[in-house]
Design a protein around this ligand. Structure first.
Ligand SMILES: Cc1ncc(COP(=O)(O)O)c(C=O)c1O
Length: 452
């Protein structure tokens, strides 16, 4: 533990050189900080947590993958550097390693407001959903129905469609072409008493619109069906409270949420209990999460996960929320995670508004999805097409200016087909997160101005 009473007197780098870990330095700094304006995100504070942001690139490809927190990198390094032993033995290093991996599970339970044992870790959302589909199939009968969309990333379509080979009837809930959205009334028309599951995106990784998954879950529950939500494009931007959402399964990828290349699946305990084990025959059906983690999670990545909620809590504390780690809570203060995402949403809205305003004024440019920057309606993942131009032309022109955006279908191939955009190379996507700055957006706009 470093002895630094006031970080105002020394720089971050000096503190780190004095032997402090990133998290020690930051928690000390947080206590010493008086936010000038508690509702404006302190971007120096935010960006200092992400070492990869010291690049001269402006990164607008964050829905592909956000850069990781320094404390996540520290978490991986400290686990591998000190505890690279196997779990489950009696010696103390092995016990400690097991506790670090368990802490990874617990931190994701905290983040999602889940109960103990309900969070499953895996290498990717794609793999976790493939396991889930196989695990649920044995409790369904031939002729039972599953509803998939044409808006989702293929990770939440393919594994369910694959069940068609074993007699499950697949129904497609189609997006509305004019708004690129999924409408509740279209879902209702597909639901029957044979529907077992609805697989739907909380927020498309192309369109950025936030869907009302609570209303969708209510409709599905009305016929006894379950809802599996892909929250990958939502999780970096807004608070997830799985119980408040009222859904049944929820999945997201931590490498797009400031963490390591890993993913998290939450399921209601009673539903995971019914699901068939994907692990060895001797791993009992009551052993959660182990029965859904064949081969176990990646230890060092799991051990780094607590850094994500810790960062979000530090963000809230830095901007004036009650320090819940530092003292008793009265129960009336807002949850620090709610506060952190409130700050994030406010800043993201400003970023989105500036981009959308620019795009709306360009001749021949069409935004795919909501033109509103309202944080209740969308996240700052903004896709557009430019009349008469192949989608690849714009991002490649920006590469030379060190402004990173991207084009394509982003594995939401069916969405791009349904929107009739495949021959134009898909969409051009600008995907921002809270560590992006308005200055970066201005740089992006100047670059787009030259080539659009
Ligand atoms: C919305 C959405 N769902 C699912 C995935 C798949 O995630 P993973 O790479 O963890 O399999 C992605 C990845 O881009 C995504 O954007």
């Amino acid at each position: 533990m470093i002895e630094i009473s006031c970080l105002n007197d020394i720089t971050w780098h000096e503190a780190l050189e004095a032997g402090g870990s990133h998290s020690e330095v930051w928690s000390l700094e947080t206590r010493n900080f008086t936010a000038r304006n508690q509702n404006v995100l302190d971007l120096d504070f935010v960006r200092s947590r992400f070492p990869a942001l010291s690049t001269d690139w402006a990164l607008f490809d964050n829905a592909g993958g956000s850069v990781p927190l320094a404390s996540v990198i520290d978490g991986v390094a400290s686990y591998m550097g000190r505890l690279g032993v196997q779990l489950g033995a009696s010696y103390d290093l092995s016990v400690e390693a097991g506790e670090r991996v368990q802490a990874g599970h617990r931190s994701m339970e905290e983040l999602m407001v889940a109960e103990s044992g309900e969070v499953i870790l895996g290498p990717s959302t794609t793999v976790l959903l493939a396991h889930l589909a196989r695990a649920l199939r044995p409790s369904w009968r031939e002729g039972d129905e599953v509803i998939v969309t044409d808006l989702d990333h293929e990770a939440n379509i393919g594994p369910w469609r694959a069940l068609g080979a074993s007699g499950i009837v697949l129904k497609e809930w189609k997006l509305r072409r004019e708004s690129a959205s999924l409408e509740l009334e279209d879902l209702k028309a597909l639901l029957t008493e044979r529907t077992r599951l609805v697989a739907v995106t909380h927020c498309s990784n192309i369109v950025g619109r936030i869907h009302d998954v609570s209303a969708m879950a209510e409709a599905a529950h009305g016929v006894g069906a379950r809802v599996c939500v892909d929250g990958v494009a939502f999780a970096p931007h807004r608070r997830i409270d799985v119980r408040a959402l009222g859904v049944d399964f929820y999945v997201f990828s931590t490498y797009k949420t400031y963490g390591p290349h890993q993913a998290v699946l939450w399921g209601r305990r009673e539903l995971l209990a019914e699901a068939r084990s994907q692990n060895h025959f001797f791993v009992g059906e009551d052993q959660l999460p182990a029965k859904m983690e064949p081969g176990g999670p990646n230890h060092e990545l799991a051990a780094s996960l607590p850094a994500i909620p810790e960062y979000l809590e530090s963000l809230a504390t830095h901007h004036g929320a009650h320090d819940w780690a530092g003292g008793a809570r009265s129960g009336t203060e807002p949850n620090p995670l709610d506060r952190a995402f409130e700050l994030i949403a406010t800043h993201e809205r400003a970023l989105a508004a500036r981009v959308l305003e620019f795009l709306s004024q360009r001749q021949g440019v069409r935004v795919i999805g909501p033109e509103s920057s309202d944080a209740a309606i969308r996240v700052p993942t903004i896709s557009f097409v430019a009349e008469g131009r192949h989608a690849s032309e714009i991002p490649t022109a920006l590469d030379g200016e060190k402004v990173a955006i991207r084009w394509g279908d982003f594995y939401a191939k069916r969405a791009v087909q349904s929107l009739g955009l495949q021959s134009a190379g898909g969409v051009i996507r600008i995907s921002m997160v809270h560590y992006n700055t308005l200055d970066e957006v201005d740089r992006l706009i100047r670059a787009l101005d030259r080539c659009l």
